[in-house]
Design a protein around this ligand. Sequence first.
Ligand code: NDP
Ligand code: MG
Length: 390
Amino acid sequence: MSAPDHQIVPKRIAIMGSTGSIGTQALDVIRENPDHFTAEVLVAHSNADLLITQALEFKPNAVVIGDESKYKLVKDTLFEHDIKVFAGPKAIEQIVEMETIDMVLAAIVGYAGLASTINAIRHRKHIALANKETLVVAGDLVTRLAMEHGVNIYPVDSEHSAIFQCLAGEWENPIEKIYLTASGGPFRGKDISFLQTVTREQALRHPNWTMGAKITIDSASLMNKGLEVIEAKWLFNLKPSQIDVIVHPQSIIHSLVQFEDGSIKAQMGLPDMKLPIQYAMAYPQRLKNTFPRFDFINYPNLSFEKPDLGTFRNLALAFDAMHKGGNMPCVLNAANEVVVHAFLEERVGFLQMSDIIETCLAKTSFVNTPAYEEYVACDLETRLMAKALI
Ligand code: NDP
Ligand code: MG
Protein backbone atom coordinates (compact mmCIF):
# COMPACT_ATOMS: atom_id res chain seq x y z
CA MET A 1 0.00 0.00 0.00
CA SER A 2 1.40 3.41 -0.84
CA ALA A 3 1.53 6.16 1.74
CA PRO A 4 -1.13 8.87 1.56
CA ASP A 5 -0.03 11.80 -0.59
CA HIS A 6 0.39 14.26 2.27
CA GLN A 7 3.19 12.11 3.78
CA ILE A 8 5.35 12.13 0.65
CA VAL A 9 8.64 13.94 1.05
CA PRO A 10 10.04 14.69 -2.40
CA LYS A 11 13.40 13.13 -3.19
CA ARG A 12 15.91 15.83 -4.12
CA ILE A 13 17.76 14.75 -7.24
CA ALA A 14 21.02 16.04 -8.72
CA ILE A 15 20.79 15.54 -12.47
CA MET A 16 24.27 15.21 -13.91
CA GLY A 17 23.92 15.75 -17.66
CA SER A 18 20.51 17.43 -17.49
CA THR A 19 20.73 18.69 -21.08
CA GLY A 20 21.22 15.23 -22.59
CA SER A 21 18.81 12.56 -23.73
CA ILE A 22 18.59 10.89 -20.31
CA GLY A 23 18.74 14.20 -18.44
CA THR A 24 15.82 15.76 -20.30
CA GLN A 25 13.75 12.60 -19.89
CA ALA A 26 14.53 12.59 -16.17
CA LEU A 27 13.14 16.11 -16.04
CA ASP A 28 10.01 14.83 -17.84
CA VAL A 29 9.67 12.28 -15.03
CA ILE A 30 10.06 14.99 -12.39
CA ARG A 31 7.55 17.20 -14.22
CA GLU A 32 5.03 14.34 -14.05
CA ASN A 33 5.71 13.66 -10.36
CA PRO A 34 6.37 16.97 -8.61
CA ASP A 35 5.23 15.48 -5.27
CA HIS A 36 7.85 12.75 -5.46
CA PHE A 37 10.90 14.48 -6.89
CA THR A 38 12.56 17.86 -7.12
CA ALA A 39 15.57 18.83 -9.22
CA GLU A 40 18.01 20.01 -6.56
CA VAL A 41 20.97 20.44 -8.90
CA LEU A 42 21.31 20.56 -12.69
CA VAL A 43 24.64 19.94 -14.41
CA ALA A 44 25.41 20.47 -18.10
CA HIS A 45 28.52 20.78 -20.18
CA SER A 46 28.02 23.20 -23.08
CA ASN A 47 24.31 23.76 -23.64
CA ALA A 48 23.91 26.93 -21.56
CA ASP A 49 20.63 27.97 -23.17
CA LEU A 50 18.87 24.72 -22.32
CA LEU A 51 20.40 24.67 -18.84
CA ILE A 52 19.01 28.16 -18.21
CA THR A 53 15.55 27.19 -19.50
CA GLN A 54 15.55 24.11 -17.27
CA ALA A 55 16.70 26.11 -14.25
CA LEU A 56 13.97 28.70 -14.73
CA GLU A 57 11.35 25.93 -14.84
CA PHE A 58 12.63 23.59 -12.09
CA LYS A 59 14.15 26.20 -9.73
CA PRO A 60 17.10 24.07 -8.53
CA ASN A 61 19.22 25.12 -5.60
CA ALA A 62 22.30 25.19 -7.86
CA VAL A 63 23.45 24.59 -11.44
CA VAL A 64 26.88 23.80 -12.85
CA ILE A 65 28.03 24.47 -16.39
CA GLY A 66 31.12 22.49 -17.38
CA ASP A 67 32.24 24.92 -20.07
CA GLU A 68 33.69 27.85 -18.11
CA SER A 69 33.31 30.26 -21.03
CA LYS A 70 29.52 30.05 -20.51
CA TYR A 71 29.67 30.84 -16.79
CA LYS A 72 28.94 34.56 -17.08
CA LEU A 73 25.90 34.05 -19.29
CA VAL A 74 24.38 31.46 -16.93
CA LYS A 75 25.30 33.41 -13.79
CA ASP A 76 23.92 36.73 -15.08
CA THR A 77 20.62 35.11 -16.06
CA LEU A 78 20.04 33.04 -12.91
CA PHE A 79 21.39 35.49 -10.33
CA GLU A 80 18.08 37.30 -9.79
CA HIS A 81 16.28 33.94 -9.41
CA ASP A 82 18.36 33.01 -6.40
CA ILE A 83 19.94 29.98 -8.08
CA LYS A 84 23.62 29.33 -7.33
CA VAL A 85 25.82 28.96 -10.40
CA PHE A 86 29.19 27.21 -10.63
CA ALA A 87 31.43 26.26 -13.56
CA GLY A 88 34.16 23.83 -14.56
CA PRO A 89 34.97 20.14 -14.10
CA LYS A 90 36.06 20.54 -10.46
CA ALA A 91 32.70 22.13 -9.59
CA ILE A 92 30.91 19.21 -11.29
CA GLU A 93 32.85 16.79 -9.15
CA GLN A 94 32.21 18.74 -5.95
CA ILE A 95 28.56 19.73 -6.35
CA VAL A 96 27.41 16.20 -5.48
CA GLU A 97 28.60 16.78 -1.91
CA MET A 98 25.71 19.16 -1.18
CA GLU A 99 23.82 18.06 1.91
CA THR A 100 20.45 18.70 0.33
CA ILE A 101 20.96 16.07 -2.40
CA ASP A 102 19.22 12.72 -1.75
CA MET A 103 20.13 10.99 -5.00
CA VAL A 104 22.49 11.60 -7.90
CA LEU A 105 21.35 10.69 -11.41
CA ALA A 106 24.60 9.96 -13.24
CA ALA A 107 23.74 10.83 -16.85
CA ILE A 108 26.89 12.53 -18.10
CA VAL A 109 28.16 10.65 -21.14
CA GLY A 110 31.43 8.70 -21.03
CA TYR A 111 34.47 8.72 -18.79
CA ALA A 112 33.71 12.36 -17.92
CA GLY A 113 31.02 11.04 -15.55
CA LEU A 114 33.35 8.93 -13.43
CA ALA A 115 34.81 11.50 -11.00
CA SER A 116 31.48 12.98 -9.91
CA THR A 117 29.93 9.54 -9.38
CA ILE A 118 32.85 8.38 -7.27
CA ASN A 119 32.69 11.56 -5.20
CA ALA A 120 28.93 11.16 -4.76
CA ILE A 121 29.45 7.62 -3.47
CA ARG A 122 32.13 8.85 -1.07
CA HIS A 123 29.53 11.30 0.25
CA ARG A 124 26.94 8.57 0.69
CA LYS A 125 24.57 9.67 -2.04
CA HIS A 126 22.51 6.93 -3.65
CA ILE A 127 23.13 6.70 -7.39
CA ALA A 128 20.72 6.25 -10.28
CA LEU A 129 23.23 5.11 -12.87
CA ALA A 130 22.78 5.80 -16.58
CA ASN A 131 26.49 6.35 -17.20
CA LYS A 132 27.50 2.74 -17.90
CA GLU A 133 31.06 3.82 -18.72
CA THR A 134 31.62 4.37 -14.98
CA LEU A 135 31.27 0.65 -14.30
CA VAL A 136 33.12 -0.35 -17.46
CA VAL A 137 36.16 1.76 -16.55
CA ALA A 138 36.29 1.14 -12.81
CA GLY A 139 33.56 -1.32 -11.84
CA ASP A 140 35.74 -2.99 -9.25
CA LEU A 141 36.55 0.28 -7.47
CA VAL A 142 33.08 1.80 -7.80
CA THR A 143 31.20 -1.23 -6.48
CA ARG A 144 33.69 -1.63 -3.63
CA LEU A 145 33.27 2.04 -2.63
CA ALA A 146 29.50 1.72 -2.82
CA MET A 147 29.60 -1.27 -0.44
CA GLU A 148 31.92 0.54 1.96
CA HIS A 149 29.72 3.64 2.06
CA GLY A 150 26.36 1.84 2.16
CA VAL A 151 25.36 3.35 -1.18
CA ASN A 152 22.86 1.72 -3.54
CA ILE A 153 23.43 1.89 -7.29
CA TYR A 154 20.09 1.73 -9.11
CA PRO A 155 20.41 0.89 -12.81
CA VAL A 156 18.87 3.24 -15.36
CA ASP A 157 20.10 1.42 -18.47
CA SER A 158 16.96 -0.35 -19.71
CA GLU A 159 18.46 -3.85 -19.81
CA HIS A 160 19.85 -3.57 -16.30
CA SER A 161 16.66 -2.03 -15.03
CA ALA A 162 14.88 -5.06 -16.51
CA ILE A 163 17.19 -7.45 -14.67
CA PHE A 164 16.75 -5.44 -11.47
CA GLN A 165 12.97 -5.55 -11.83
CA CYS A 166 13.07 -9.33 -12.43
CA LEU A 167 15.12 -9.74 -9.26
CA ALA A 168 12.64 -7.92 -7.03
CA GLY A 169 11.46 -10.47 -4.44
CA GLU A 170 14.20 -12.91 -5.51
CA TRP A 171 17.15 -11.53 -3.56
CA GLU A 172 17.81 -14.88 -1.85
CA ASN A 173 17.64 -16.89 -5.08
CA PRO A 174 20.91 -17.27 -6.96
CA ILE A 175 20.99 -16.23 -10.62
CA GLU A 176 21.97 -19.00 -13.03
CA LYS A 177 22.45 -16.60 -15.92
CA ILE A 178 21.13 -13.43 -17.46
CA TYR A 179 20.29 -12.61 -21.05
CA LEU A 180 20.81 -9.03 -22.14
CA THR A 181 18.68 -8.23 -25.16
CA ALA A 182 20.09 -6.17 -28.04
CA SER A 183 18.10 -4.60 -30.84
CA GLY A 184 20.98 -5.26 -33.23
CA GLY A 185 20.98 -1.60 -34.25
CA PRO A 186 20.60 -0.17 -37.75
CA PHE A 187 23.09 -2.63 -39.31
CA ARG A 188 21.63 -5.90 -38.02
CA GLY A 189 22.13 -8.66 -40.60
CA LYS A 190 24.65 -6.65 -42.65
CA ASP A 191 28.05 -8.04 -43.64
CA ILE A 192 31.58 -6.65 -43.51
CA SER A 193 31.49 -5.34 -47.08
CA PHE A 194 28.37 -3.32 -46.27
CA LEU A 195 29.89 -1.94 -43.07
CA GLN A 196 33.01 -0.81 -44.91
CA THR A 197 31.17 2.11 -46.46
CA VAL A 198 28.51 3.05 -43.91
CA THR A 199 28.24 6.73 -43.04
CA ARG A 200 27.77 8.66 -39.85
CA GLU A 201 24.18 9.46 -40.86
CA GLN A 202 23.32 5.79 -41.42
CA ALA A 203 24.86 4.83 -38.08
CA LEU A 204 22.93 7.56 -36.27
CA ARG A 205 19.58 6.17 -37.47
CA HIS A 206 18.67 3.76 -34.65
CA PRO A 207 15.54 1.70 -35.39
CA ASN A 208 13.99 1.76 -31.87
CA TRP A 209 15.61 4.31 -29.57
CA THR A 210 16.36 8.05 -29.72
CA MET A 211 19.51 8.68 -27.69
CA GLY A 212 22.66 10.80 -27.54
CA ALA A 213 25.10 10.52 -30.46
CA LYS A 214 27.80 8.52 -28.66
CA ILE A 215 25.53 5.72 -27.44
CA THR A 216 23.77 5.63 -30.82
CA ILE A 217 27.07 4.88 -32.58
CA ASP A 218 27.88 2.35 -29.83
CA SER A 219 24.54 0.68 -30.56
CA ALA A 220 25.29 0.47 -34.28
CA SER A 221 28.69 -1.14 -33.62
CA LEU A 222 27.36 -3.37 -30.77
CA MET A 223 29.93 -1.77 -28.45
CA ASN A 224 26.96 -0.59 -26.42
CA LYS A 225 26.04 -4.20 -25.72
CA GLY A 226 29.66 -4.95 -24.91
CA LEU A 227 29.74 -2.12 -22.38
CA GLU A 228 26.44 -3.36 -20.95
CA VAL A 229 27.79 -6.88 -20.48
CA ILE A 230 30.58 -5.44 -18.32
CA GLU A 231 28.12 -3.13 -16.56
CA ALA A 232 25.93 -6.16 -15.71
CA LYS A 233 28.86 -8.11 -14.33
CA TRP A 234 29.48 -5.39 -11.73
CA LEU A 235 25.88 -4.45 -10.98
CA PHE A 236 24.74 -8.01 -10.32
CA ASN A 237 28.05 -9.53 -9.20
CA LEU A 238 28.14 -12.13 -11.98
CA LYS A 239 30.82 -14.29 -13.52
CA PRO A 240 31.44 -13.63 -17.23
CA SER A 241 30.08 -17.10 -18.03
CA GLN A 242 26.71 -16.10 -16.54
CA ILE A 243 26.10 -13.32 -19.07
CA ASP A 244 24.70 -13.88 -22.54
CA VAL A 245 23.48 -11.55 -25.27
CA ILE A 246 20.48 -12.25 -27.48
CA VAL A 247 19.41 -10.07 -30.39
CA HIS A 248 15.74 -9.11 -30.13
CA PRO A 249 14.98 -6.59 -32.89
CA GLN A 250 11.66 -5.32 -31.47
CA SER A 251 13.19 -4.06 -28.16
CA ILE A 252 10.11 -5.09 -26.17
CA ILE A 253 11.72 -7.62 -23.83
CA HIS A 254 14.34 -5.50 -22.11
CA SER A 255 16.31 -8.44 -20.62
CA LEU A 256 15.82 -11.74 -18.78
CA VAL A 257 17.01 -13.58 -15.68
CA GLN A 258 17.27 -17.36 -15.50
CA PHE A 259 17.17 -18.83 -12.01
CA GLU A 260 18.65 -22.12 -10.81
CA ASP A 261 15.36 -23.99 -11.29
CA GLY A 262 15.41 -23.06 -14.98
CA SER A 263 12.63 -20.49 -14.70
CA ILE A 264 13.18 -17.35 -16.77
CA LYS A 265 11.72 -13.97 -15.84
CA ALA A 266 11.57 -11.17 -18.40
CA GLN A 267 10.60 -7.52 -18.16
CA MET A 268 8.64 -6.04 -21.06
CA GLY A 269 7.45 -2.67 -22.21
CA LEU A 270 7.73 -0.17 -25.02
CA PRO A 271 11.22 1.18 -25.66
CA ASP A 272 10.99 4.35 -23.57
CA MET A 273 13.73 5.37 -21.15
CA LYS A 274 11.34 7.29 -18.92
CA LEU A 275 10.19 4.05 -17.27
CA PRO A 276 13.66 2.82 -16.18
CA ILE A 277 14.61 6.36 -15.14
CA GLN A 278 11.47 6.62 -13.01
CA TYR A 279 11.96 3.14 -11.53
CA ALA A 280 15.53 3.96 -10.49
CA MET A 281 14.46 7.25 -8.93
CA ALA A 282 11.33 5.91 -7.18
CA TYR A 283 12.51 2.41 -6.16
CA PRO A 284 10.96 0.44 -4.52
CA GLN A 285 7.78 2.26 -5.53
CA ARG A 286 6.09 2.03 -8.90
CA LEU A 287 4.58 5.42 -9.63
CA LYS A 288 1.48 5.82 -11.73
CA ASN A 289 2.18 7.62 -14.99
CA THR A 290 0.70 8.42 -18.39
CA PHE A 291 3.53 7.04 -20.56
CA PRO A 292 2.28 5.10 -23.64
CA ARG A 293 1.32 1.46 -22.97
CA PHE A 294 2.42 -1.67 -24.85
CA ASP A 295 -0.23 -3.33 -27.02
CA PHE A 296 0.26 -7.02 -27.98
CA ILE A 297 -1.70 -6.53 -31.19
CA ASN A 298 0.96 -4.13 -32.51
CA TYR A 299 3.66 -6.76 -31.92
CA PRO A 300 2.37 -10.14 -33.15
CA ASN A 301 5.94 -11.46 -33.39
CA LEU A 302 8.77 -11.14 -30.93
CA SER A 303 11.89 -12.68 -32.43
CA PHE A 304 15.37 -13.66 -31.27
CA GLU A 305 18.73 -14.18 -33.02
CA LYS A 306 22.31 -14.90 -32.10
CA PRO A 307 24.57 -11.82 -32.24
CA ASP A 308 27.08 -11.85 -35.11
CA LEU A 309 30.38 -11.50 -33.24
CA GLY A 310 32.43 -12.04 -36.37
CA THR A 311 31.04 -8.98 -38.12
CA PHE A 312 30.45 -6.84 -35.02
CA ARG A 313 33.85 -7.37 -33.44
CA ASN A 314 33.34 -4.79 -30.70
CA LEU A 315 31.09 -7.15 -28.80
CA ALA A 316 33.74 -9.89 -28.94
CA LEU A 317 36.42 -7.38 -27.83
CA ALA A 318 34.28 -6.36 -24.87
CA PHE A 319 33.70 -9.97 -23.79
CA ASP A 320 37.44 -10.52 -24.06
CA ALA A 321 38.23 -7.39 -22.00
CA MET A 322 35.74 -8.52 -19.35
CA HIS A 323 37.35 -11.99 -19.14
CA LYS A 324 40.82 -10.44 -18.77
CA GLY A 325 39.58 -7.85 -16.25
CA GLY A 326 41.96 -5.41 -14.56
CA ASN A 327 42.55 -2.29 -16.65
CA MET A 328 41.45 -3.90 -19.95
CA PRO A 329 37.83 -2.64 -19.84
CA CYS A 330 39.22 0.85 -19.10
CA VAL A 331 41.37 0.60 -22.25
CA LEU A 332 38.39 -0.67 -24.24
CA ASN A 333 36.29 2.28 -23.11
CA ALA A 334 38.92 4.99 -23.65
CA ALA A 335 39.82 3.73 -27.12
CA ASN A 336 36.14 3.47 -27.97
CA GLU A 337 35.40 7.04 -26.85
CA VAL A 338 38.21 8.33 -29.06
CA VAL A 339 37.20 6.36 -32.15
CA VAL A 340 33.50 7.14 -31.79
CA HIS A 341 34.34 10.85 -31.56
CA ALA A 342 36.51 10.50 -34.68
CA PHE A 343 33.79 8.53 -36.51
CA LEU A 344 31.28 11.28 -35.72
CA GLU A 345 33.74 13.75 -37.24
CA GLU A 346 34.17 11.42 -40.24
CA ARG A 347 37.87 10.89 -39.54
CA VAL A 348 37.70 7.07 -39.28
CA GLY A 349 35.58 4.45 -40.97
CA PHE A 350 33.09 2.24 -39.16
CA LEU A 351 35.23 -0.92 -39.21
CA GLN A 352 38.44 0.92 -38.37
CA MET A 353 36.96 1.67 -34.97
CA SER A 354 37.31 -2.00 -33.95
CA ASP A 355 40.84 -2.23 -35.43
CA ILE A 356 42.04 0.67 -33.29
CA ILE A 357 40.37 -0.61 -30.12
CA GLU A 358 41.90 -4.04 -30.67
CA THR A 359 45.38 -2.57 -31.16
CA CYS A 360 45.09 -0.49 -27.98
CA LEU A 361 44.03 -3.56 -26.00
CA ALA A 362 46.95 -5.58 -27.40
CA LYS A 363 49.55 -2.86 -26.74
CA THR A 364 48.61 -1.94 -23.16
CA SER A 365 50.28 -3.71 -20.23
CA PHE A 366 47.93 -5.47 -17.88
CA VAL A 367 47.27 -4.06 -14.38
CA ASN A 368 45.30 -6.44 -12.16
CA THR A 369 43.62 -4.17 -9.58
CA PRO A 370 44.18 -0.54 -10.54
CA ALA A 371 43.79 2.25 -7.99
CA TYR A 372 41.83 5.34 -9.04
CA GLU A 373 44.97 7.18 -10.18
CA GLU A 374 45.97 4.18 -12.30
CA TYR A 375 42.59 4.22 -14.04
CA VAL A 376 43.05 7.93 -14.75
CA ALA A 377 46.53 7.30 -16.19
CA CYS A 378 45.35 4.30 -18.20
CA ASP A 379 42.47 6.30 -19.68
CA LEU A 380 44.83 9.12 -20.69
CA GLU A 381 47.50 6.85 -22.18
CA THR A 382 44.94 4.89 -24.17
CA ARG A 383 43.44 8.10 -25.55
CA LEU A 384 46.86 9.22 -26.78
CA MET A 385 47.50 5.81 -28.33
CA ALA A 386 44.11 5.69 -30.07
CA LYS A 387 44.51 9.24 -31.39
CA ALA A 388 47.93 8.35 -32.79
CA LEU A 389 46.42 5.34 -34.56
CA ILE A 390 43.70 7.37 -36.31
P1 NDP B 1 23.77 12.87 -24.42
O1 NDP B 1 24.93 13.07 -25.32
O2 NDP B 1 22.41 13.07 -24.94
O3 NDP B 1 23.94 13.82 -23.13
C1 NDP B 1 25.15 13.87 -22.45
C2 NDP B 1 25.06 14.82 -21.28
O4 NDP B 1 26.32 14.89 -20.65
C3 NDP B 1 24.72 16.25 -21.69
O5 NDP B 1 23.97 16.85 -20.66
C4 NDP B 1 26.08 16.91 -21.82
O6 NDP B 1 26.04 18.32 -21.63
C5 NDP B 1 26.80 16.24 -20.67
N1 NDP B 1 28.24 16.19 -20.85
C6 NDP B 1 28.93 15.82 -21.94
N2 NDP B 1 30.26 15.90 -21.71
C7 NDP B 1 30.39 16.35 -20.44
C8 NDP B 1 31.50 16.67 -19.63
N3 NDP B 1 32.76 16.56 -20.07
N4 NDP B 1 31.26 17.11 -18.38
C9 NDP B 1 30.01 17.24 -17.92
N5 NDP B 1 28.92 16.96 -18.65
C10 NDP B 1 29.12 16.52 -19.89
O7 NDP B 1 23.94 11.41 -23.80
P2 NDP B 1 22.79 10.42 -23.30
O8 NDP B 1 21.84 11.14 -22.43
O9 NDP B 1 22.30 9.63 -24.44
O10 NDP B 1 23.65 9.40 -22.42
C11 NDP B 1 24.11 9.72 -21.12
C12 NDP B 1 24.62 8.46 -20.46
O11 NDP B 1 23.53 7.58 -20.28
C13 NDP B 1 25.64 7.70 -21.31
O12 NDP B 1 26.61 7.14 -20.47
C14 NDP B 1 24.82 6.60 -21.96
O13 NDP B 1 25.57 5.45 -22.23
C15 NDP B 1 23.79 6.33 -20.90
N6 NDP B 1 22.53 5.78 -21.42
C16 NDP B 1 21.78 6.51 -22.28
C17 NDP B 1 20.60 6.00 -22.80
C18 NDP B 1 19.72 6.81 -23.68
O14 NDP B 1 18.62 6.37 -24.03
N7 NDP B 1 20.10 8.00 -24.09
C19 NDP B 1 20.16 4.64 -22.44
C20 NDP B 1 21.01 3.97 -21.50
C21 NDP B 1 22.15 4.53 -21.02
P3 NDP B 1 25.79 19.36 -22.87
O15 NDP B 1 24.72 18.77 -23.71
O16 NDP B 1 25.32 20.58 -22.14
O17 NDP B 1 27.07 19.55 -23.58
MG1 MG C 1 20.85 -0.19 -22.71
